[in-house]
Write a protein that binds this ligand. Structure first.
Ligand SMILES: Nc1nc2c(ncn2[C@@H]2O[C@H](COP(=O)(O)OP(=O)(O)O)[C@@H](O)[C@H]2O)c(=O)[nH]1
Ligand SMILES: [Mg+2]
Length: 257
């Protein structure tokens, strides 16, 4: 396994420094995709790229969306010869100290998709939890399984060959709908899933670009498409269930620390 770390970023200049600092401890190449951030974040990223030799800065000139940024990162990582990436958010909601657990899970099952299973503290807004619950149930329907514990999580271990198989074949969404979509499509392709408990915090002054009214129609359309597509993919779903069986695996339910 040859792994790199990936961070998609849009205007999260205030938090990226600490995230990169946390990631450097793992001594792996870091790919940061600046998805058309404004001046301030752009300047911070340029400075970081100068200070951190193992950091490669990729840029979209205009904002194209988190899904588009992740696709850029996956393609670049594969081009550089990496077989796997671990990606996490730039806004400090994920704990870089958990990266080795994602790497260990990938090493143990190089063919599997490793998803964070969010462990929230009291900082999580109630409305977010409710929206997440709806997403989970819809994705359980679309995969006819409980393989995916949380389809919206942005802390993941990705087997690149399988992910490129999806993004080179299917026109996946550009924005926040990309993450649930690729997870479901990987399950449809027979890829087993491991869910790793990991903390997700909502910092007091945290800024989210998740605009409910902008994302909601996109997510609703995606879930409708996925639910309709499910019957055609039952064979793959069964294969992943046979190969994985991970959601019920005690190891995948272990608490963090
Ligand atoms: N590349 C890219 N990243 C984005 C975009 N919007 C958000 N992000 C990044 O995706 C991650 C999650 O976004 P965030 O706004 O925190 O959404 P939330 O955590 O779902 O509320 C962060 O690392 C953001 O910097 C976007 O349009 N493009
Ligand atoms: Mg966030």
């Amino acid at each position: 396994m040859k792994a790199a770390l990936v961070v998609p970023i849009f205007d999260h200049g205030d938090t990226i420094g600490a995230v990169v600092e946390g990631l450097r401890k793992h001594a792996l190449p870091i790919l940061v995709v600046d998805d058309g951030s404004g001046e301030r974040t752009r300047a911070i990223l340029e400075e970081l790229a100068e200070d951190v030799p193992e950091l490669e800065l990729l840029r979209h000139e205009t904002n194209r969306g988190k899904g588009a940024a992740l696709r850029t990162a996956f393609r670049r990582a594969a081009e550089r010869g990496f077989t796997h990436v671990v990606h996490l958010d730039a806004d400090g909601q994920h704990d870089p100290a958990d990266v080795p657990r994602f790497l260990a899970a990938l090493r143990e099952r190089p063919d599997a998709l490793v998803l964070g299973r969010p462990v929230f503290d009291d900082s999580v807004p109630r409305t977010r939890l409710a929206a997440r619950q709806i997403s989970r149930v819809l994705v359980w329907g679309a995969t006819a399984s409980f393989a995916i514990a949380d389809p919206l999580v942005g802390f993941r271990g990705i087997p690149l060959a399988a992910a490129l198989g999806v993004i080179d074949r299917d026109a996946t969404g550009d924005r926040m709908e990309f993450e649930p979509e690729i997870a479901v499509r990987l399950v449809w392709d027979g890829v087993p899933v491991r869910n790793l408990a990991t903390p997700i915090v909502y910092p007091e002054h945290g800024r989210s670009h998740f605009d409910f009214w902008r994302e909601y129609p996109r997510l609703a359309a995606l879930y409708a498409r996925l639910l309709l597509g499910m019957p055609r993919h039952l064979a793959g779903i069964r294969a992943s269930r046979r190969a994985g069986r991970r959601p019920n695996d005690r190891r995948s339910r272990e608490p963090v620390r």
